[in-house]
Ligand binder design. Sequence first.
Ligand code: SF4
Length: 451
Amino acid sequence: MPPRYLIETYGCQMNVHDSERMAGLLEQAGYEPTHDAADADVVVINTCSVREHAEEKLYTRLGELRVLAQEHGHNPIVAVAGCVAQQEGDALLKRSPGVADVVVGTQAIKRLPMLVERAQAVRRPVVDLDPFEDVTFPLGITRRGDPVKAYVTIIEGCNEFCSFCVVPYTRGNERMRPKADILAEVRDAARTGAREVQLLGQIVNHYAAPDDPDCDFTALVEAIHEIDGIERIRFASPHPRHFSVRFLEAMRGLPKVARHLHLPVQSGSTRILKAMRRRYTRDSYLELVDRIRQLLPDVALSTDMIVGFPGETDDDFEDTLSLTRSARFHSMFSFKYSPRPNTLAEKRMRDDVAEEEKTRRIVELQALQRTIQADIHSALVGQDVQVLVDAASRRRAHELSGRTSQNTVVNFPGNPSWIGRTVTVRIERSGPHSVWGQVISPVASSGIGAP
Ligand code: SF4
């Protein structure tokens, strides 16, 4: 029987895509997937260290795998990948002795099958945290986990060094992927049925093709727009300071580009933004929001927000609330600040906002955001929206879900054979996180697995 692998993924879309790449590499090496650790010969835990909470999950999971080995005698090779692996390295082996066999850094995942083989042969842990400047990835290796969306990396790493962020230390310097590789991967995804492409990178709008001096992010998106079969293009995340008017103007003539921009602001206070090293102000951010709304009135904005950053006063937090009211984001990821290893904030700033105060602030911010989202969603009731169907409900039989171009989640009764189609849904009711309706007419384009 062929050996089996299980990959467990924590964190962002970039980690989800790295897991797709590792799955492809293991399958090429002869492994088959399984959903059960008790059945796996290799368990890969792909970790995230952007929040402290995500890091703790790794150690809990390693403890469970140790119990599996002690009580049931099942001892798979355990590989730890992702940002915690890169950040902790050998320290991870000391903190959880006898559990992890392979520690593979963020830039070394191409070597995973070889590292697993070496750990099996030498019977002691193998660590590879080496940086690799080469961001090419063999075409056709990635084993895509989503039948509708294809994740395609365009940039790896980040040079911004925001004072709270661990990413430049875990993912390394910014490296651009060749345009030819990106276009080949998007064509391949379209050929194998993907309808939506999601371009990934820490700062996607900083893209400059290493193999074409005339190709910036705008030109790359224009080239992807030409590819037949792809109906929708999304990207995550752009940085507010790298947004060009040229891109926004081009977007008006590119209907496949989703009418949704994720613009991480992090705080509404210029004083805190400076301490965060974000290199824009509250005013310049709100000017960008205005410009986007003038040029592209149908675009939905989402954001990331941190509360309780070192030195954040009541007035600074009030600025965050007032910016949230002005920008009226369609959605928000909000977090309580926690110091991350090696960052400027961890080394030079005191984590001086009490935990209870951070909790009070995040509860207030999230309540405000929920009200805004509920308002935005209730305005959709009675409207007909175009939805790319991407999943069947796990909880309710005969219920499907999909997203509008603005990234609103729409639930409706339907047939799983519609997954991958674009349908028109009349919205009947709304909530703060999604809306519900009825399909009034499936429109042209074949579904994934459609009869
Ligand atoms: S731009 Fe800032 S927050 Fe985003 S990945 Fe780079 S350092 Fe982190």
